[in-house]
Design a protein around this ligand. Structure first.
Ligand code: GAR
Length: 221
């Protein structure tokens, strides 16, 4: 049976689009069945609808009367994804910490993309943090999500050099190009049943030479 993917997105959705494109090209054997956004004007919603994918806005405020409110929001998301037979959840620029009800419903089946080389610079604005700190190499990370903030087991990373004249924007732009390569790659490995979480480590079964989980030197056109 084909892997069904559910997506959570808060913004422009370019990472969602990269995964969708890799599915359309046949590189990933999967389908995206549902996209949920916590922002009514997220461009990711438009991208999904343009591609004929069911997509809706789920207002976190509707769950504020429940206790604890954030858990109730993620319970509802878990219900929606379970009803669709989702086998993998992708956070694609989803700017909230995922709570236990969703993680319990999808153990080691929730992935995130982060714009820095974790465990450095977790949380918001990973690119700004890296540029401001003065590191010479940053990059991006795909990881499984646990209850911490960007602390889950690492699946793939790509390194990106920080140039002396970089700004947050220029660095973000180069990191984003790498994000669009490693996220579909991680999804492909998952869809092929090749990712196994062993403690803090993700083992990639049958990895071939051209499938190194550290993509470095940087993938720049
Ligand atoms: C991406 O750079 C992603 O790594 C980052 O938000 C951007 C979303 O872009 N995510 C985080 O910072 C999560 N902490 P997109 O909506 O175009 O995919």
């Amino acid at each position: 049976m084909i892997l069904k993917i559910g997506v959570l997105a808060s913004g422009r959705g370019s990472n969602f689009q990269a995964v969708l494109d890799a599915i359309k090209s046949g590189r990933i054997k999967a389908e995206i069945s549902l996209l949920i956004s916590d922002k009514p004007d997220a461009y990711a919603l438009t991208r999904a609808r343009n591609a004929g994918i069911e997509a809706f806005y789920l207002d976190p405020k509707d769950f504020f009367s429940f206790s604890p409110a954030k858990d109730a929001y993620f319970e509802k998301i878990a219900e929606e994804f379970t009803a669709k037979g989702i086998g993998l959840v992708l956070l694609a620029g989803f700017m909230r910490i995922v709570k236990k009800p969703l993680l319990d419903a999808f153990p080691w089946k929730v992935m995130n993309i982060h714009p820095a080389l974790l465990p450095s610079f977790p949380g918001l604005h990973g690119q700004r943090q890296a540029e401001g700190y003065g590191v010479k190499i940053s990059g991006c990370t795909v990881h499984f999500v646990d209850e911490g903030m960007d602390t889950g087991p690492v699946i793939i990373q790509a390194a990106v050099p920080v140039r002396h004249d970089d700004t947050e924007d220029s660095l973000s732009e180069r990191i984003l190009k790498c994000e669009h390569k490693i996220y579909p790659e991680a999804v492909r490995l998952f869809a092929e049943g090749r990712l196994h979480v062993n403690g803090k480590k993700v083992e990639i079964k049958g990895a071939r030479e051209n499938e190194t989980p550290l993509i470095s030197p940087p993938i720049e056109e």
